[in-house]
Design a protein around this ligand. Structure first.
Ligand SMILES: [Zn+2]
Length: 75
């Protein structure tokens, strides 16, 4: 489902969908992961098996406020 409130909670202007690209990996998106943030040196190994959700970023055309939604599970 799309966010019911596609109006900005701050100024009531329209939100438009986008995403936040990973700057150091070309064109990619940021995911939301379940659990607590793992320590850096075992990060790559530790997120395997954890649920990952693609992060949608909805930006207000009026004031620039951004709402994030993580609704679509990714492999
Ligand atoms: Zn706004």
């Amino acid at each position: 489902m799309a966010p019911r409130d596609t109006d900005c909670p701050k100024c009531r202007d329209r939100l438009e969908r986008g995403f936040i690209p990973e700057q150091n990996q070309g064109v990619s998106t940021t995911n939301w992961s379940e659990g607590e943030e793992p320590m850096t040196h075992w990060y790559g190994k530790s997120i395997k098996g954890l649920k990952q959700y693609a992060v949608e970023a909805w930006r207000c055309r009026g004031c620039g406020y951004v709402e994030l939604y993580a609704r679509t599970e990714v492999e």
